[in-house]
Design a protein around this ligand. Sequence first.
Ligand code: ADP
Ligand code: MG
Length: 642
Amino acid sequence: MGRIKILPDAIANKIAAGEVIERPASVVKELLENSLDADADDLRIDIEAGGRKLIRISDNGTGMLRDDALLAFERHATSKLRTADDLFAIATLGFRGEALPSVASVSRLELTTRSREEATGTRIEIAGAKMIRCDEFAREPGTTISIRDLFYNVPARRKFLRSEQTEISHIASLVTHYSLAHADKSFELTHMGQRLLFVTPVESMKERVFQVFGSKILADLIEVPETIHEEFRLSGFVSNPQVQKLNRNSIYLFVNGRLIRDKVLLHALTAAYHNLMPPQSFPFVLIFLDCAPEEIDVNVHPSKTEIRFQNGSLVHNFVRDSIRELLMKSRPASSIPLPQQPQAGVDMPLSEYSQALQSGNFPLPSQPRLVMPVSGDEAAIPLISVNPVSSPTSHPVNTDLSSLSSDLEILEMKTESLVSTSSGVRLPVPDTHGPLPAGEWQVEHPSLDVLRDLRPLGQLQESFIIAAGRDGLWIIDQHVAHERILFEQVLKRRAAGTIEKQQLLMPMVIPLTVGQQIEYARIADELAAVGFETEPFGQRTLAIKAAPAGLNTGEIERVILEILEITEGELRKASVDDLRRGVAASVACRAAIKINMRLDMTKMEWLLAELAKTEFPTSCPHGRPIALRYSMRDILKGFHRI
Ligand code: ADP
Ligand code: MG
């Protein structure tokens, strides 16, 4: 008697659910993808208790015929794939036919659906994979799926669920993602009756970004115009390097409309921002990469969030170069934060919604943060109170800085109405009351091109150059400015083979650790290319005979050790290009004018003129800002002249 048995479907589905359904947000993902595959353009998502109690998704898509609705819960039942060949050219989001049976095996599920081809609809109820009811049901064309008591029969999974707040923020992030990818569709997300997101169809991606994140965010974004390379098309938005995020939550990547986490693309982004942003900080990115379905394999992971590119390095370099070039071209400048604006100068001002998204910290009804008096019982509170804001004094003062900053932001977005919710959280809903006036979200980028006309006025603390410009007052960090100039110079001369060297009178000998010696062997050529003449000198010692011109003798040893250290760490797996830039950054930093160094007028003029000539005068090779601008507008505002 053999020991191997085929598992019953109920168990197989539960196993599949283990992979596909990790948490409530995974259910939302699968159901949203189904609705989008069904051509819906109005999607509504209602959640209770972070998704533990209820997840309901309603759409106005094609709906299902009665027979299909029954079949949909069978394992491997799909309308999206016919032959094995189809698997290599998938144009829909779903294809595995696993989601519905998986979800149905770990929850109590109710489906109502109607196809336009049938006069009445169908209702199906399933609990823990058992069919409880299937009857006729009157409804509009479309589909509604309600999932109650997720994991009620899988205690182990239920235990792993995080707080309601965490789960709802995962869900909100997911719905936000999909709403960004489909600007022409409506999305509405509610939690415990509280509306978190509501966007109606708009024509452009830009308008959708405005709807979701608010106007200020657009000021910090650079639009990626549609760029084509071989089979690939790239478009979207990237933030200028002043926007520095602590995590990757603001990176939104789509390949053929599918939300993905992909190492190749993430690395390409890091490489694009390399030397423009400090390490361990991340940009805001919303990019769409489109290609023929054959170029990618989407059947890599059950939750379909990973893909494999046929030609990963082509995609990587295309994305890196397109974005890097854009960042170079836009050359935006930091502006000095005005005293009334509590949000940090370098961080992106966010609407309350996007702040919550970023921090994963969605306020729950049980944790009121009252900013607006709310009356009546919770259920009876209208979700939208049309309440255009006229003056700052019309609001009770709130001492919480983060909501204060979003108060200010909301005040500036005069066209927006506010949503008052039972928890008192107000979210901008710019969309519900007519179209946006043009220009409202087209914020001008102050460009560092104006650097050319800067007139130095003097030096502050022998460290910062104060300069008058066409458009206001500038403060320039002399060290990082010079660092940027040298960095670009080193790279240019290195490429042209015109690096200048200084021969040392006496070779300098430095001891190396084993690790440093291994690194040295790896990067010796690169050191030679930027002007170092070095050679191993006995056991674990290095002799330096020449160094790049401009480096003080005292700095030479430090540069070498620093380069060895960075290549040992962060740059170990980096590409040749990144290594080259890392080495150049190190040399530039050590050779640059220091702070606390007196400069005369001619030196300052020279420095500003050289800075204006650089390709990217905005930030130093390590990503710090070089110049701050106090615009004429800010000055006039400060003196109450406007
Ligand atoms: P897949 O999406 O991989 O095909 P699912 O289990 O998610 O598998 O769904 C099974 C089938 O049910 C789909 O192929 C589709 O035909 C149908 N279906 C699911 N959700 C919807 C919906 N919201 N509208 C119309 N049809 C749907
Ligand atoms: Mg599906």
